[in-house]
Design a protein around this ligand. Structure first.
Ligand code: HEC
Ligand code: HEC
Ligand code: HEC
Ligand code: HEC
Ligand code: HEC
Length: 497
């Protein structure tokens, strides 16, 4: 577009005009610079406007809001309900049930708490309430580990750590060795508590202190699962070009663990703060909560990590035994950070916050929108800063990706449900358990993959090709399982004759 205009500037007849125009442009530039400087000053003024003194004990977001009213205001609006074609939980009453919407999930999750109650996610304001009220908690025993991602627990962990004998005081800076020892000891202790006891230690959903340093508002990560998980990832050999600070750490002397609060860039932190919770994890009674990242973030790498993992009782890792078939299967949960990691946006340095917490102008001040929600409600600020397509066009592209993912996911779920049905029939017909073992592995693989994409909350958008690859594999493994079962049937039928 600009190329076509270039020859115009070389025409002598426009030279004089250009000189005069140049002076005007220079004036405008100076004025623009001035206004940008003064708005920066205004930003600096607002960020340093200290009405209350925030420290490592200030949990209540309302206190932080006295210094930062704009961020508090949008943060509180995560209580607003909405729905898009695939996002949000609906705007009326209780959140939509994902198992009523898709009964195949009841078959896939048979024998596990998710078959009882599994709803669409909603805003951050609800995270603690929804966890306390879900039937997965009220009808099944759960541990304090659940709290890791559903509350502001930075202070609760440190307090619990101090009680178990960790050194120092609460006043120490979060990155100090004492504070880290408190955090990890408290985390271990709270993970072991029954949920009902642990939840009494917290009052708020994720809050300012969990993502910000109270001294200077710099971004930080505070969740122990992430701090350990990202270090495990750094120690692996898996390339992570979208996280350059890890690549850099790997080339260093590795004397200290990879520490996002020291090593990560600001742009990386704009995703890592979300990666504290929007990730796959193990959270159960047999081991302390962990993020399975020691071989990488791809679906098969996480699976390999689980396959190698042994529980203290010596058994290999599984989330539950499928009620119909008896297969030892895996449950995936919201791997947003992992799927985003495989997409073109992560590779291009686009962070979660770029799309989900875009800047908004309030007078002369630029504020990050703390009403974390679907970017489709915000296309101009979330996408059009980089993509110059009309809003309708951008939305249509997203929905096209999501519709395709959904269609493939439907086929994959059908395939898994059919394999489960066939296994069930074979068992009822008296098939030998030992012969079914290899087929259970097909169920485990297929089910893990379809669930990985179903549990991921962007319906494929965060990495469309990766989502399609995973669903393709799910279909293949389920059908391979059926073929193996059919072969088993024919061979035993032959044997009988
Ligand atoms: C390039 C923009 C972009 C980036 C980067 C991005 N997302 Fe998304 N995200 C989207 C879009 C678009 C959707 C689909 C929204 C919808 O269906 O309404 C989505 C959906 C979601 C949802 C479900 C939202 C809802 O309304 O139900 C969650 C949760 C989410 N993303 C978390 C993350 C996390 C965590 C990261 C970083 C690891 C991330 N996203 C990175 C664009 C982005
Ligand atoms: C402390 C853990 C935690 C952190 C940190 C966190 N989230 Fe969430 N997020 C949740 C939980 C839990 C829910 C679901 C709450 C519910 O359904 O009650 C959720 C819901 C969401 C939703 C759905 C909103 C809606 O109204 O449907 C989006 C989008 C989202 N998160 C994106 C992000 C992004 C982007 C970040 C980083 C800036 C982030 N989250 C950081 C735990 C977290
Ligand atoms: C590693 C972080 C993490 C841990 C640990 C965690 N959650 Fe969540 N949870 C999330 C995120 C992120 C969401 C929002 C995305 C979604 O719904 O998929 C969520 C959503 C939910 C929801 C609302 C949607 C639904 O599934 O019905 C409930 C209820 C819930 N979690 C309960 C629990 C329980 C019970 C535990 C302990 C067994 C637990 N969570 C442990 C991060 C976590
Ligand atoms: C889930 C993590 C998260 C939580 C919780 C959170 N913030 Fe932020 N906040 C961010 C991110 C991401 C940015 C962008 C920072 C950057 O780019 O350096 C930000 C930026 C800010 C800034 C810098 C100015 C701006 O708007 O960009 C202030 C001030 C701030 N937040 C205040 C708050 C307050 C007050 C609360 C609690 C009411 C809060 N934040 C809760 C993630 C969070
Ligand atoms: C900070 C810049 C940035 C933001 C914000 C951003 N994108 Fe992108 N997007 C990119 C880059 C860079 C690519 C890589 C391809 C390219 O160079 O054009 C890309 C690629 C895409 C693609 C094609 C690749 C694919 O995954 O299929 C789509 C569709 C897309 N973006 C949609 C969106 C939507 C919708 C939003 C808002 C929710 C958004 N983008 C926000 C920079 C951005």
């Amino acid at each position: 577009m600009t190329d076509a205009k270039l020859p115009l500037f070389s025409r002598p007849s426009v030279r004089m005009g250009l000189i005069a125009g140049g002076a005007a442009v220079a004036t405008i530039l100076v004025m623009a610079l001035y206004s940008s400087v003064s708005s920066r000053k205004a930003e600096a003024r607002q960020t340093s406007l200290k009405l209350v003194n925030l420290d490592e004990k200030t949990v209540d977001p309302a206190e932080w809001g006295k210094n930062f009213p704009r961020q508090l205001d949008s943060y509180l609006r995560t209580a607003e309900k909405y729905s898009t074609k695939y996002g949000g939980a609906g705007s009326e009453g209780l959140p939509k049930s994902r198992i009523l919407e898709d009964p195949r999930l009841v078959t896939i999750f048979d024998g596990y708490a998710f078959a009882i109650d599994f709803n669409q996610r909603q805003g951050h304001a609800y995270m603690l309430k929804d966890q306390r009220e879900t039937k997965r908690v009220t009808t099944k025993p759960q541990t304090g580990a659940c709290m890791h991602c559903h509350a502001s627990n930075t202070v609760a962990y440190r307090e619990a750590g101090l009680q178990t004998g960790a050194p120092g005081t609460l006043d120490e800076a979060f990155t100090s060795p004492n504070a880290q020892a408190q955090l990890m000891a408290g985390f271990e202790a709270i993970c072991k508590m029954p949920y009902a006891e642990a939840t009494k230690l917290v009052k708020h959903a994720v809050a300012c202190i969990d993502c910000h340093d109270p001294k200077n508002m710099a971004l930080r990560v505070t969740k122990p699962g992430f701090i350990r998980g990202i270090d495990a990832l750094a120690k692996s050999t898996e390339p992570v070009p979208h996280l350059p600070s890890i690549e850099k750490w790997r080339k260093g002397d590795r004397a200290a663990a990879y520490n996002p609060n020291i090593d990560a860039t600001r742009q990386e932190m704009r995703s890592m703060v979300c990666g504290q919770c929007h990730v796959e994890y193990y959270c159960g009674p047999k081991a302390t909560l962990f993020f399975p990242w020691s071989k990488g973030l791809k679906v098969e790498q996480i699976e390999a990590t689980y396959n190698e993992y042994k529980f203290p009782d010596g058994k290999r890792f599984f989330d539950w035994k499928h009620a119909k078939t008896g297969a030892e299967v895996l449950k995936a949960q919201h791997p947003e950070f992992e799927l985003w990691s495989q997409g073109v946006h992560a590779r291009s340095g686009v962070s979660c916050a770029d799309c989900h917490m875009p800047y908004m102008r309030e007078g002369a001040i630029k504020v990050s929108d703390h009403q974390v929600r679907s970017p489709l409600l915000n296309v101009s600020r979330s996408c059009q800063t980089c993509h110059r397509f009309p809003e309708e066009e951008l939305k249509a592209r997203v929905v096209a990706i999501q519709d395709r993912t959904k269609a493939l996911m439907d086929r994959a779920e059908d395939a898994v449900v059919q394999l489960i049905g066939d296994l069930d029939k074979a068992k009822q017909a008296g098939a030998e358990e030992a012969k079914l073992l290899p087929i259970f592995e097909f169920q485990r693989k297929a089910q893990w993959r379809v669930d990985f994409i179903n549990a991921e909350n962007s319906m494929g958008f965060h990495a469309p090709q990766e989502a399609a690859r995973i669903l393709g594999e799910a279909i293949d493994y389920a059908r391979q399982g059926q073929v193996a079962l059919r072969d088993l049937g024919t061979s035993s039928a032959k044997a009988k004759k």
